[in-house]
Design a protein around this ligand. Structure first.
Ligand SMILES: *Cc1c(COP(=O)(O)O)cnc(C)c1O
Length: 406
């Protein structure tokens, strides 16, 4: 292969990859044969128990969800062949967006091909020069990049980052803005509902009170909370006994508990959603969620809504797994979420431990730098309502064997 004269690109890139390999940090993608479920078939390895998917409610391969996708394919065909505002809005989108809004208890919602895209639409569209976005330091990467993009597209959007879940720091940041005579804009305070690497939850009642005190909007990305928290799986706000309309704007994903296909949304007031429709760059220049996924995701929400027993089973599994992990002698944060991180230190160690677990038949991923800070690498165990006690018992048995080795 030839490259243009003087280009060092391939050599430079290869040397980065070599460094990752030598440091034991090179990721190897596992090929899954067949569908996502509590146990999955890995190519060249066979069946393993899956403890690293976001298939929290086991809806990714639910027969009704699959059938709704197939029916959507039959009804609307394979492609939208247009962005939404030209001729790419189908009744399947309208139905899904109404279902999401009703589920969350807000006025309206609008979908995207991912929650990542929803974040990139939200901040640059709704923030104006002179506004400030106030963000938890552990917020998801799509929030960080959405904020960055807002600052690039609209010069003069300010940013402030507070210490993780530190309400004194939140107060200091909000007070600082409101006591600055130069600052007259809107404040958008944004937090994950459930933090994806820690498995802890945002203190939404305290954040709501602080936002009210200082006149700020509260935005919650509940990608890991939706379908998981609260008795009926509405999410982190339900866990705290809050109504959906106490949150100014939600973002969320359809790629986790709600069928796991793909897609994301913004949900909230009619005015905010209409602004996204009119002015969002991903809305205006990028195709919609495929209608097949719109149909399967809507069915996933209906299945969840028809049977909150699924959420209760998830909660029982989470409790059982956390107790088991602790009983083995690993530290795991007390939390109602389905994310159970076991902190082990160095990145290479987390990867080695996750490989050892995989050899035993338990698939749980080790996360290290740069996904989490250096020295806090972890194995992230994720629990699903689809797990039976036998799956959970095998997980605990394998963790016990791992503990004995280390
Ligand atoms: C997983 C996740 C996302 C990404 O969702 P996609 O729909 O896959 O883009 C966004 N935000 C948070 C908090 C997440 O956990």
């Amino acid at each position: 292969m030839t490259t243009s004269t003087g280009s060092n690109f391939i050599a430079r890139t290869q040397s980065v990859l070599d460094e990752l390999e030598q440091g034991g940090q090179l990721k190897h993608l596992q090929m899954i044969e067949g569908p996502m479920g509590p146990s999955i078939m890995l190519r060249d390895r066979g069946e393993v128990d899956c403890f690293c998917s976001n298939n929290y409610l086991g809806l990714a391969n639910h027969p009704e969800v699959v059938e709704a996708g197939i029916e959507g394919l039959r009804t609307h065909g394979a492609g939208t062949a247009s962005v939404r505002f030209i001729c790419g809005t189908f009744t399947a989108h309208e139905a899904l967006e109404q279902t999401i809004a009703d589920f969350l208890g807000v006025e309206a919602s609008y979908t995207f091909v991912s929650c990542w895209t929803a974040s990139e639409a939200l901040f640059p569209t709704l923030c104006e020069p002179g506004d400030c976005i106030v963000s938890d330091e552990l917020n998801h990467a799509c929030i960080i990049d959405g904020m960055r993009l807002a600052g690039v597209i609209k010069k003069g959007v300010r940013k402030a980052v507070y210490k993780h879940s530190d309400m004194d720091d939140v107060r200091a940041k909000l007070q600082g803005l409101r006591s600055d005579p130069e600052f007259t804009g809107e404040i958008f305070l944004v937090t994950d509902g459930v933090f994806s690497m820690e498995g802890d939850i945002a203190d939404l009642p305290s954040l709501r009170a602080l936002c009210d005190e200082f006149g700020a909007l509260l935005i919650v990305d509940d990608s890991h909370g939706t379908g998981v928290l609260g008795a009926t799986g509405r999410g982190t706000h339900e866990h705290w006994g809050m109504a959906g309309d106490e949150i100014d704007l939600f973002t969320g994903t359809l790629g986790k508990a709600l069928g796991g296909g793909a897609g994301g949304y913004i949900a909230g007031s009619k005015a905010a959603i209409e602004m996204i429709v009119q002015r969002g760059r991903p809305t205006l220049f990028s195709n919609a969620l495929p209608t097949t996924v719109a149909c399967s995701a809507r069915k996933a929400i209906e299945v969840l809504d028809a049977d909150p027993g699924r959420v209760a089973k998830l909660h029982a599994n989470v409790k059982y797994a956390r107790e088991g992990i602790r009983d083995v002698g690993f530290d795991v944060l007390e939390s109602p979420t389905a994310i159970c991180p076991i902190i082990v230190g160095e990145t290479a160690r987390a990867i080695a431990m996750s490989n050892a677990l995989l050899d035993m038949g338990t698939f749980a991923i080790g996360f290290g730098f740069p996904v989490v800070p250096e020295g806090t690498a972890r194995i992230r165990v994720q629990i699903s309502a689809a797990h039976e006690t036998a799956h959970l018992d095998r997980l605990i048995e394998h963790l016990r064997a791992l503990k004995a080795q280390t």
